[in-house]
Design a protein around this ligand. Structure first.
Ligand code: ADE
Length: 222
């Protein structure tokens, strides 16, 4: 699967996508992440990508044309692709959406910045507008990371790279979040003399009971 990010801050993504599991997944050709500098699609030599708002008002608005040209250039005809635009006014992102996106060939993500983006990016250019939560960020770069990470882990082989497939495929795919995990010591004594204990059932060696407990405590993300 291929991810394409359109941004005016391409450097933000460098270390995040080269380190970590996503770096390994790229080396193994399980995913491909391309970061595109929007300024490369500017119509003037200064690399301007914003302009004054119609109707007046303070601040600048990101222009439609450079974003349109970037999408045109990046979108691969042969691939089943989707163009998404990040905005707090978008549809709320969910595990279900991550699953849907993981089945496409190419996800093109437009990261907005500044005070705003020409509304036609949302209404005409993008297939979907997405919000990662009811709060306002400075730009779409962190939402792009959220989408790439949550979609990538659903792609066959990505999770297995680091932990030899320890996480069951079933859990990865159906959005099950891990049950609570513990390791030694069974009882931890704090400096204040409190005892923080591991649940009894996990020390019992009773596999059926442990399985039941884990099923009950695991959380399903919708
Ligand atoms: N841009 C600014 N805030 C955002 C949010 N909550 N989700 C997606 N894009 C955003």
């Amino acid at each position: 699967m291929r991810f394409d990010i359109i941004t005016i801050f391409p450097e933000i993504f460098e270390s995040y996508f080269s380190e970590s599991l996503l770096g390994k997944a790229q080396k193994a050709n399980l995913i491909e992440i391309n970061v595109h500098d929007l300024r490369d699609y500017s119509q003037n030599k200064w690399g301007d990508v914003d302009d004054k708002p119609y109707g007046g008002g303070r601040g600048m608005v990101m222009k439609l044309e450079p974003i349109y040209r970037a999408v045109k250039n990046i979108r691969k005809k042969k691939l089943q692709s989707k163009v998404i635009f990040f905005t707090p006014r978008g549809k709320k992102y969910s595990q279900k959406k991550a699953m849907e996106y993981s089945k496409t060939d190419q996800l093109i993500m437009i990261c907005g910045r500044y005070e705003g983006v020409d509304e036609r990016v949302k209404t005409d250019l993008a297939d979907e507008s997405v919000s990662i939560g009811d709060y306002v960020l400075i730009g779409g770069e962190i939402p792009a990371m959220v989408v790439i990470e949550s979609v990538s882990r659903l792609i066959d082989g990505v999770i297995g790279i680091d932990n030899e497939g320890f996480l069951e495929e079933r859990m990865v795919k159906n959005g099950m979040v891990e049950y609570p995990q513990y390791t030694r010591p069974a009882v931890f004594k704090t400096d204040e003399g409190e005892e923080w204990k591991v649940p009894e059932v996990l020390l019992s060696g009773h596999h059926e009971k442990i399985k039941k407990w884990r099923n009950k405590r695991g959380k399903k993300i919708k």
